[in-house]
Design a protein around this ligand. Sequence first.
Ligand SMILES: [Zn+2]
Length: 125
Amino acid sequence: MSRNNIKAWNTYKTLYVIPYDEFFTYLNEDRSLFVYKDLCLKVDKPRIKTHLFKSNKCVCGISTTHFAIQLSKNQTTPHINAWHIVDDKTKYLMTSDHIISKRLNGSDDLSNRQVLCMTCNNKKN
Ligand SMILES: [Zn+2]
């Protein structure tokens, strides 16, 4: 399987792409809301919180470089995805992994979460 997740990228309509560091400037104090242009999005998904409150680095060494505000097909409310972006053709989706899997009763809590790129996440499962 390819490391590159350009297919995943192309399944979304991308509204905005924001560099990792800049993203923090659009968050409220407790990092629960993202306010940018005409958008006000809740940052309530562990998927994104893991990147904001823990580390943005995968075990393989790559890290989240951007957040993308994206829409899936038929979606009207955009969501935030974390990406490692090298160039137009090289993009890796960054996920939030359960360190102890849910199958083994691992919790949903941030303490049991780590950032993994999609490739490392797929290898693990
Ligand atoms: Zn990785």
